[in-house]
Design a protein around this ligand. Structure first.
Ligand code: ADP
Ligand code: MG
Length: 334
Protein backbone atom coordinates (compact mmCIF):
# COMPACT_ATOMS: atom_id res chain seq x y z
CA UNK A 1 0.00 0.00 0.00
CA UNK A 2 2.81 2.39 0.95
CA UNK A 3 6.44 1.90 0.05
CA UNK A 4 7.87 4.29 2.63
CA UNK A 5 7.02 6.38 5.67
CA UNK A 6 7.52 9.50 3.58
CA UNK A 7 4.85 8.30 1.19
CA UNK A 8 2.41 8.00 4.12
CA UNK A 9 3.36 11.48 5.40
CA UNK A 10 3.02 13.16 2.03
CA UNK A 11 -0.09 11.22 1.11
CA UNK A 12 -1.97 12.09 4.31
CA UNK A 13 -1.01 15.73 4.01
CA UNK A 14 -2.07 15.84 0.37
CA UNK A 15 -5.56 14.72 1.42
CA UNK A 16 -5.71 17.53 4.00
CA UNK A 17 -5.10 15.35 7.06
CA UNK A 18 -2.60 16.70 9.57
CA UNK A 19 -1.10 13.80 11.49
CA UNK A 20 1.72 13.72 14.02
CA UNK A 21 4.72 11.43 13.58
CA UNK A 22 3.32 8.71 15.88
CA UNK A 23 0.15 8.49 13.77
CA UNK A 24 2.07 8.39 10.49
CA UNK A 25 4.44 5.69 11.70
CA UNK A 26 1.60 3.59 13.12
CA UNK A 27 -0.31 3.81 9.83
CA UNK A 28 2.82 2.83 7.93
CA UNK A 29 3.52 -0.17 10.15
CA UNK A 30 -0.09 -1.37 10.12
CA UNK A 31 -0.13 -1.20 6.33
CA UNK A 32 3.24 -2.88 5.96
CA UNK A 33 2.48 -5.71 8.42
CA UNK A 34 -1.14 -6.05 7.25
CA UNK A 35 -2.59 -5.56 10.71
CA UNK A 36 -5.76 -3.72 11.64
CA UNK A 37 -5.39 -0.24 13.08
CA UNK A 38 -7.45 0.43 16.22
CA UNK A 39 -8.14 4.13 16.80
CA UNK A 40 -9.50 5.25 20.15
CA UNK A 41 -10.28 8.74 21.35
CA UNK A 42 -12.96 11.34 21.85
CA UNK A 43 -15.64 11.94 19.22
CA UNK A 44 -14.69 14.48 16.60
CA UNK A 45 -10.95 14.03 16.99
CA UNK A 46 -10.33 12.76 13.45
CA UNK A 47 -10.57 8.95 13.66
CA UNK A 48 -13.03 8.37 10.83
CA UNK A 49 -11.31 11.00 8.73
CA UNK A 50 -7.97 9.23 9.14
CA UNK A 51 -9.41 6.14 7.42
CA UNK A 52 -10.55 8.28 4.49
CA UNK A 53 -7.20 10.06 4.42
CA UNK A 54 -5.34 6.72 4.25
CA UNK A 55 -7.58 5.66 1.37
CA UNK A 56 -6.94 8.97 -0.38
CA UNK A 57 -3.20 8.64 0.17
CA UNK A 58 -3.20 5.09 -1.23
CA UNK A 59 -5.60 6.03 -4.02
CA UNK A 60 -8.09 3.37 -3.07
CA UNK A 61 -11.73 2.94 -2.02
CA UNK A 62 -13.27 2.90 1.47
CA UNK A 63 -15.67 0.14 2.47
CA UNK A 64 -17.44 1.39 5.59
CA UNK A 65 -19.29 -0.61 8.18
CA UNK A 66 -21.03 1.86 10.49
CA UNK A 67 -21.64 0.00 13.75
CA UNK A 68 -24.75 0.50 15.86
CA UNK A 69 -26.50 -1.29 18.68
CA UNK A 70 -28.21 -4.38 17.31
CA UNK A 71 -26.15 -4.67 14.12
CA UNK A 72 -26.10 -8.24 12.86
CA UNK A 73 -24.10 -10.49 10.55
CA UNK A 74 -26.44 -9.85 7.64
CA UNK A 75 -25.71 -6.13 7.71
CA UNK A 76 -22.00 -6.68 8.04
CA UNK A 77 -21.38 -9.66 5.76
CA UNK A 78 -24.48 -9.79 3.60
CA UNK A 79 -27.37 -12.15 2.90
CA UNK A 80 -28.96 -14.16 0.15
CA UNK A 81 -31.24 -12.11 -2.04
CA UNK A 82 -34.46 -14.02 -1.47
CA UNK A 83 -36.55 -12.21 -4.04
CA UNK A 84 -33.95 -12.91 -6.71
CA UNK A 85 -33.82 -16.56 -5.63
CA UNK A 86 -37.62 -16.79 -5.82
CA UNK A 87 -37.70 -15.21 -9.27
CA UNK A 88 -35.07 -17.64 -10.50
CA UNK A 89 -37.02 -20.64 -9.19
CA UNK A 90 -40.24 -19.38 -10.82
CA UNK A 91 -38.54 -18.89 -14.18
CA UNK A 92 -36.87 -22.30 -14.08
CA UNK A 93 -40.10 -24.01 -13.03
CA UNK A 94 -41.61 -22.92 -16.34
CA UNK A 95 -39.10 -24.91 -18.38
CA UNK A 96 -39.78 -28.57 -19.12
CA UNK A 97 -36.81 -30.16 -17.42
CA UNK A 98 -35.39 -28.70 -14.21
CA UNK A 99 -32.23 -30.02 -12.60
CA UNK A 100 -33.18 -29.19 -9.03
CA UNK A 101 -29.82 -30.17 -7.61
CA UNK A 102 -27.83 -27.81 -9.79
CA UNK A 103 -30.48 -25.12 -9.26
CA UNK A 104 -30.03 -25.45 -5.51
CA UNK A 105 -26.28 -25.05 -5.87
CA UNK A 106 -26.73 -22.03 -8.10
CA UNK A 107 -29.19 -20.40 -5.68
CA UNK A 108 -26.56 -20.61 -2.94
CA UNK A 109 -23.75 -19.12 -4.99
CA UNK A 110 -22.35 -15.59 -4.77
CA UNK A 111 -24.52 -14.67 -7.73
CA UNK A 112 -27.50 -14.65 -5.36
CA UNK A 113 -25.68 -13.22 -2.37
CA UNK A 114 -25.92 -9.54 -1.66
CA UNK A 115 -22.55 -8.73 -0.09
CA UNK A 116 -22.14 -6.40 2.89
CA UNK A 117 -19.06 -4.24 3.51
CA UNK A 118 -16.98 -6.98 5.20
CA UNK A 119 -17.32 -9.35 2.26
CA UNK A 120 -16.95 -6.63 -0.36
CA UNK A 121 -13.73 -5.49 1.28
CA UNK A 122 -12.15 -8.89 0.67
CA UNK A 123 -13.04 -8.93 -2.99
CA UNK A 124 -11.16 -5.97 -4.42
CA UNK A 125 -8.29 -6.57 -6.81
CA UNK A 126 -6.41 -3.66 -5.22
CA UNK A 127 -6.58 -3.54 -1.38
CA UNK A 128 -9.24 -1.15 -0.12
CA UNK A 129 -9.57 0.52 3.27
CA UNK A 130 -12.13 -1.29 5.42
CA UNK A 131 -13.47 1.16 7.99
CA UNK A 132 -15.33 -0.48 10.88
CA UNK A 133 -16.56 2.66 12.53
CA UNK A 134 -17.61 3.09 16.16
CA UNK A 135 -17.03 -0.50 17.16
CA UNK A 136 -17.72 0.41 20.79
CA UNK A 137 -21.44 0.54 19.89
CA UNK A 138 -21.62 -3.24 19.35
CA UNK A 139 -21.31 -6.11 21.80
CA UNK A 140 -18.56 -8.68 22.31
CA UNK A 141 -20.36 -11.29 20.18
CA UNK A 142 -20.09 -9.03 17.16
CA UNK A 143 -16.42 -8.37 17.91
CA UNK A 144 -15.86 -12.13 17.86
CA UNK A 145 -17.31 -12.24 14.36
CA UNK A 146 -14.48 -10.02 13.20
CA UNK A 147 -11.75 -12.26 14.54
CA UNK A 148 -11.80 -14.76 11.67
CA UNK A 149 -11.74 -11.97 9.13
CA UNK A 150 -8.89 -10.11 10.80
CA UNK A 151 -6.68 -13.08 11.53
CA UNK A 152 -6.97 -15.29 8.45
CA UNK A 153 -8.59 -12.88 5.98
CA UNK A 154 -11.51 -15.08 5.13
CA UNK A 155 -15.22 -15.27 5.95
CA UNK A 156 -17.20 -18.45 6.56
CA UNK A 157 -20.79 -17.92 5.48
CA UNK A 158 -23.49 -20.58 6.03
CA UNK A 159 -24.62 -22.20 2.75
CA UNK A 160 -22.16 -20.08 0.75
CA UNK A 161 -18.93 -21.49 2.12
CA UNK A 162 -15.60 -19.92 2.98
CA UNK A 163 -14.59 -16.88 0.97
CA UNK A 164 -10.87 -16.14 0.89
CA UNK A 165 -9.63 -12.59 0.44
CA UNK A 166 -8.66 -11.58 -3.09
CA UNK A 167 -6.67 -8.75 -1.52
CA UNK A 168 -6.03 -7.90 2.11
CA UNK A 169 -7.70 -4.64 3.07
CA UNK A 170 -6.22 -1.98 5.34
CA UNK A 171 -8.60 -2.27 8.30
CA UNK A 172 -9.37 0.71 10.51
CA UNK A 173 -11.38 0.07 13.69
CA UNK A 174 -12.57 3.14 15.55
CA UNK A 175 -13.96 3.55 19.05
CA UNK A 176 -15.24 6.53 21.00
CA UNK A 177 -14.65 4.43 24.12
CA UNK A 178 -18.27 4.05 25.21
CA UNK A 179 -17.27 0.45 25.90
CA UNK A 180 -13.84 -1.14 26.14
CA UNK A 181 -12.88 -3.05 23.01
CA UNK A 182 -12.01 -6.64 23.93
CA UNK A 183 -8.46 -7.93 24.27
CA UNK A 184 -8.54 -10.39 21.33
CA UNK A 185 -9.07 -7.49 18.93
CA UNK A 186 -6.61 -5.26 20.75
CA UNK A 187 -3.96 -7.95 20.55
CA UNK A 188 -4.34 -8.30 16.80
CA UNK A 189 -4.24 -4.58 16.08
CA UNK A 190 -1.86 -1.68 15.97
CA UNK A 191 -3.13 0.86 18.45
CA UNK A 192 -3.33 4.61 18.11
CA UNK A 193 -4.84 7.06 20.56
CA UNK A 194 -6.35 9.96 18.68
CA UNK A 195 -6.57 12.81 21.16
CA UNK A 196 -7.46 16.42 20.61
CA UNK A 197 -4.53 17.89 18.66
CA UNK A 198 -1.88 20.20 20.00
CA UNK A 199 -2.62 23.89 19.47
CA UNK A 200 -0.02 24.03 16.67
CA UNK A 201 -1.60 21.12 14.82
CA UNK A 202 -5.11 22.42 15.37
CA UNK A 203 -4.09 25.81 13.95
CA UNK A 204 -2.79 23.97 10.87
CA UNK A 205 -6.06 22.03 10.53
CA UNK A 206 -8.11 25.23 10.82
CA UNK A 207 -5.79 26.86 8.27
CA UNK A 208 -6.52 24.09 5.77
CA UNK A 209 -10.27 24.70 6.09
CA UNK A 210 -10.12 28.49 6.13
CA UNK A 211 -7.15 29.24 3.88
CA UNK A 212 -8.27 32.83 3.26
CA UNK A 213 -7.81 33.82 6.89
CA UNK A 214 -4.56 34.87 8.49
CA UNK A 215 -2.40 33.05 11.00
CA UNK A 216 -3.78 35.12 13.84
CA UNK A 217 -7.27 33.77 13.21
CA UNK A 218 -6.11 30.15 12.87
CA UNK A 219 -4.05 30.38 16.03
CA UNK A 220 -6.91 32.14 17.82
CA UNK A 221 -9.27 29.30 17.04
CA UNK A 222 -6.72 26.77 18.26
CA UNK A 223 -6.18 28.80 21.41
CA UNK A 224 -9.89 29.01 22.10
CA UNK A 225 -10.16 25.24 21.66
CA UNK A 226 -7.30 24.65 24.02
CA UNK A 227 -8.70 26.98 26.66
CA UNK A 228 -12.14 25.39 26.48
CA UNK A 229 -10.67 21.92 26.77
CA UNK A 230 -8.73 23.01 29.82
CA UNK A 231 -11.99 23.88 31.45
CA UNK A 232 -14.06 21.21 33.02
CA UNK A 233 -16.78 20.87 30.37
CA UNK A 234 -19.03 17.86 30.07
CA UNK A 235 -18.21 17.66 26.37
CA UNK A 236 -15.15 19.68 25.44
CA UNK A 237 -15.26 20.92 21.84
CA UNK A 238 -13.53 18.67 19.32
CA UNK A 239 -11.62 19.67 16.20
CA UNK A 240 -14.80 19.18 14.29
CA UNK A 241 -16.72 21.78 16.34
CA UNK A 242 -13.86 24.26 16.15
CA UNK A 243 -13.80 23.84 12.35
CA UNK A 244 -17.55 24.43 12.24
CA UNK A 245 -17.14 27.58 14.32
CA UNK A 246 -14.27 28.86 12.14
CA UNK A 247 -16.27 28.24 8.97
CA UNK A 248 -19.41 29.82 10.45
CA UNK A 249 -17.40 32.94 11.32
CA UNK A 250 -16.13 33.12 7.74
CA UNK A 251 -19.67 32.87 6.39
CA UNK A 252 -20.68 35.71 8.71
CA UNK A 253 -17.74 37.70 7.34
CA UNK A 254 -15.94 38.11 10.64
CA UNK A 255 -12.99 36.67 12.48
CA UNK A 256 -14.09 37.46 15.99
CA UNK A 257 -16.69 35.86 18.20
CA UNK A 258 -19.06 38.21 19.94
CA UNK A 259 -21.49 37.50 22.73
CA UNK A 260 -24.43 37.87 20.34
CA UNK A 261 -23.02 35.18 18.06
CA UNK A 262 -22.50 32.73 20.81
CA UNK A 263 -25.99 31.27 20.82
CA UNK A 264 -25.82 30.80 17.06
CA UNK A 265 -22.29 29.53 16.60
CA UNK A 266 -21.73 27.54 19.75
CA UNK A 267 -25.10 26.88 21.39
CA UNK A 268 -23.86 23.75 23.13
CA UNK A 269 -21.04 25.42 24.98
CA UNK A 270 -22.04 26.36 28.49
CA UNK A 271 -21.79 29.90 29.68
CA UNK A 272 -18.78 30.36 31.93
CA UNK A 273 -19.63 31.35 35.46
CA UNK A 274 -18.20 34.64 36.73
CA UNK A 275 -14.75 33.84 38.03
CA UNK A 276 -14.50 36.25 40.90
CA UNK A 277 -14.77 39.80 41.99
CA UNK A 278 -12.07 41.00 39.63
CA UNK A 279 -14.14 39.91 36.65
CA UNK A 280 -17.32 41.90 36.33
CA UNK A 281 -17.86 41.67 32.59
CA UNK A 282 -20.82 39.91 31.06
CA UNK A 283 -18.92 38.40 28.16
CA UNK A 284 -20.15 35.01 27.10
CA UNK A 285 -17.02 33.59 25.51
CA UNK A 286 -13.80 33.03 27.32
CA UNK A 287 -10.82 35.23 26.95
CA UNK A 288 -7.65 33.49 26.16
CA UNK A 289 -4.09 34.63 26.27
CA UNK A 290 -0.61 33.48 25.44
CA UNK A 291 0.63 33.63 28.97
CA UNK A 292 3.12 30.97 29.86
CA UNK A 293 2.01 29.62 33.18
CA UNK A 294 2.52 26.64 35.38
CA UNK A 295 -0.99 26.91 36.75
CA UNK A 296 -3.67 24.84 35.07
CA UNK A 297 -5.66 26.54 32.32
CA UNK A 298 -8.67 28.38 33.56
CA UNK A 299 -11.20 30.39 31.66
CA UNK A 300 -12.53 33.76 32.51
CA UNK A 301 -14.69 36.37 30.94
CA UNK A 302 -13.94 39.73 29.47
CA UNK A 303 -10.62 41.45 29.27
CA UNK A 304 -7.57 39.79 30.77
CA UNK A 305 -6.96 40.76 34.34
CA UNK A 306 -5.04 39.61 37.33
CA UNK A 307 -5.95 36.07 38.27
CA UNK A 308 -7.67 35.27 34.99
CA UNK A 309 -7.15 32.42 32.59
CA UNK A 310 -4.81 30.92 30.65
CA UNK A 311 -1.99 29.36 29.08
CA UNK A 312 -1.01 27.89 25.87
CA UNK A 313 2.06 26.65 24.18
CA UNK A 314 4.78 29.20 24.42
CA UNK A 315 5.62 28.67 20.77
CA UNK A 316 2.31 30.13 19.65
CA UNK A 317 2.47 33.85 19.87
CA UNK A 318 0.24 36.65 18.76
CA UNK A 319 -3.12 35.05 19.26
CA UNK A 320 -6.31 37.01 19.18
CA UNK A 321 -8.12 37.22 22.41
CA UNK A 322 -11.67 36.26 21.76
CA UNK A 323 -13.40 38.48 24.24
CA UNK A 324 -16.82 39.55 23.11
CA UNK A 325 -16.97 43.21 22.35
CA UNK A 326 -13.36 43.66 23.39
CA UNK A 327 -10.60 44.74 21.11
CA UNK A 328 -8.14 42.00 20.13
CA UNK A 329 -5.71 41.96 22.92
CA UNK A 330 -2.76 40.01 24.10
CA UNK A 331 -1.75 39.55 27.67
CA UNK A 332 1.82 38.62 28.37
CA UNK A 333 2.63 37.56 31.86
CA UNK A 334 4.80 35.10 33.66
N1 ADP B 1 -5.81 15.72 12.00
C1 ADP B 1 -6.80 16.23 11.25
N2 ADP B 1 -6.55 16.77 10.04
C2 ADP B 1 -7.56 17.30 9.31
N3 ADP B 1 -8.85 17.32 9.68
C3 ADP B 1 -9.16 16.79 10.87
C4 ADP B 1 -8.16 16.20 11.71
N4 ADP B 1 -8.75 15.76 12.83
C5 ADP B 1 -10.06 16.03 12.69
N5 ADP B 1 -10.31 16.64 11.52
C6 ADP B 1 -11.63 17.08 11.03
O1 ADP B 1 -12.53 17.01 12.12
C7 ADP B 1 -13.78 16.51 11.68
C8 ADP B 1 -14.23 15.36 12.56
O2 ADP B 1 -13.39 14.24 12.37
P1 ADP B 1 -13.93 12.74 12.47
O3 ADP B 1 -12.92 11.91 11.79
O4 ADP B 1 -15.33 12.66 11.98
O5 ADP B 1 -13.91 12.50 14.03
P2 ADP B 1 -14.16 11.15 14.83
O6 ADP B 1 -14.33 10.05 13.85
O7 ADP B 1 -12.96 10.99 15.71
O8 ADP B 1 -15.42 11.39 15.62
C9 ADP B 1 -13.64 16.11 10.23
O9 ADP B 1 -14.23 17.12 9.44
C10 ADP B 1 -12.17 16.11 9.99
O10 ADP B 1 -11.90 16.54 8.72
MG1 MG C 1 -16.11 8.93 13.62
Amino acid sequence: MFSSLEEVSEGLRATGYIADSVAKTTVYLAAKLQKPLLLEGPAGSGKTQLAYAVAGAADTTVERLQCYEGINEEKAIGKFDESLQRLCVELRAQSASVDWESLQIQLHSQQFFSAGPLLRALQYEKPCVLLIDELDKVDHAFEALLLELLSVWQLSIPKLGTIQATSIPFVVLTSNEERRIGDPLRRRSFYLRVEHPTAEREAEIVALRTPDSNHEFHAGMAGLAKALRGWSLEKPPSVSEILDLAQALKVLGTERVTAEMRDICCPCWPRPRPTGASCSCETALPVWSTTRSSTPPRLCEGAPHEGSVHFVSNSLRGFHLLGAGAQPNIAERG
